[in-house]
Design a protein around this ligand. Structure first.
Ligand code: SF4
Ligand code: SF4
Length: 378
């Protein structure tokens, strides 16, 4: 099962070779959900490899434990190979299909699209809004809409958001068609709570309580903690947006809202937590051992973190500058970043969230249909 070192090979073919070695070895049984899922299997079709790649939560434990890692002729590097499969899998399932090429150039695409949309928004505002309005101090209700009219703001944000939701949902459906088991609906419904619990708690990133090899041989819980902080911040910004929309439409009170109000408090705390989570994940990414990492996945991680940081920082700038003459430009910048982010989102690592949830649901279904087989001793 060894491979000549200079043979060019695609990630799925390499994953098939490694998974067959692992299924025979099973030393890492108990490290994660991948190993129970491959126990007793001798062949791995592409759909199975897709599922296993997203079931791997990249803890890298099997890399540091593996007696067949390089320089052994088997050259087993399961984390790097499954990370590379994940990138191929995103490109195979992305919708619309013409976005597939974007994954190879995710850094450029993110920078060019978000930069172009933001510059276009700034140019439009500079052309269309009189300087005394754009650079004026507006503090009364509806102040934001004096710079960017409400209809234009909601149409730009709403349409780009709808595009992102539809494209990500279509990619997720395509992925589920690939990995979904033939199970009755009642089994799927029974599996849902366990899968949801895995998603919400990020249980796997805890490495069974000991942490993961986030940056090297030393175990840590950094990635899990930063992930939680980022998701909590993101959820608070959603709460801020929804509560502001409700206040606008139900009570008829347009933004900006007082400092002590749900939209402002949730938005501020959410933005700060998002930046803290991004900083934590970026620190892990920067210090991480490169050997078990796939360069394409690292680029996608950094691209998504940069997007989230730009969105959170520009949102906080609007909150901080809303009673000053800089509000108009800060608002335009934020709107451009948000719309650009929604436009590129379906071609970013954001797909990881629903794909990982789908893989965890499939694993929960498998546990109900056929409880995992363990190698001897457990
Ligand atoms: S990663 Fe290495 S040690 Fe672990 S199961 Fe696979 S071959 Fe065995
Ligand atoms: S990197 Fe971690 S999650 Fe992925 S296969 Fe290895 S032990 Fe499992």
């Amino acid at each position: 099962m060894s491979r000549p070192a200079d043979t060019p090979i695609d990630a799925a073919t390499e994953a098939e070779r490694l998974l067959r070695i692992c299924a025979a070895c099973m030393y890492c049984d108990g490290y994660c959900a991948v190993f129970p899922a491959i126990a007793g299997k001798h062949g791995f079709p592409l759909a199975e490899i897709d599922h296993l790649a997203h079931l791997c939560h990249n803890c890298r434990g099997c890399w540091y434990a593996c007696q067949y890692a390089p320089p052994h002729p088997f050259a087993v590097n399961l984390p790097r190979t499954l990370a590379a499969v994940r990138q191929e899998s995103f490109a195979r399932h992305v919708r619309p299909r013409w976005l597939a090429g974007a994954f190879a150039r995710t850094g450029w695409i993110v920078a060019v699209v978000v930069g172009a949309v933001t510059l276009a928004a700034l140019a439009l505002v500079l052309i269309a809004v009189p300087p005394e309005i754009l650079l004026g101090v507006h503090t009364s209700g509806g102040a934001f809409y004096r710079v960017v009219p409400w209809g234009i703001m909601t149409a730009a944000a709403g349409l780009s958001f709808a595009w992102a939701v539809v494209a990500v949902a279509a990619a997720t459906v395509a992925f589920w068609r690939t990995i979904g088991p033939r199970a009755p609906l009642r089994i799927v419904l029974r599996a849902l709570p366990a899968a949801l619990a895995d998603v919400v708690t990020l249980r796997n990133l805890g490495g069974g309580g000991h942490g993961c090899n986030d940056t090297g041989e030393k175990l840590s819980g950094e990635r899990r903690a930063s992930h939680h902080v980022l998701v909590a911040g993101f959820a608070l910004t959603i709460l801020s947006t929804v509560s502001a929309a409700l206040l606008h439409h139900v009570t008829g009170a347009p933004a900006p809202y007082p400092v002590v109000s749900l939209p402002v408090l949730a938005g501020t705390l959410g933005g700060v937590l998002m930046l803290a989570g991004v900083a934590g994940l970026a620190a892990v990414e920067t210090r991480a051992d490169r050997e078990p990492a796939a360069p394409a996945e690292t680029r996608m991680n950094i691209g998504l973190l940069a997007l989230l940081a730009a969105t959170a920082a520009s949102g906080l700038a609007v909150l901080g500058l809303r009673a000053t003459a800089a509000m108009g430009l800060a608002l335009t910048l934020h709107l451009g970043v948000v719309v650009g982010t929604f436009l590129v989102l379906p071609a970013t690592k954001m797909l990881h969230a629903p794909f990982r949830a789908a893989a965890l649901l499939r694993a929960a279904i498998d546990r109900l249909i056929a409880p995992p087989r363990r190698s001897g001793g457990e």
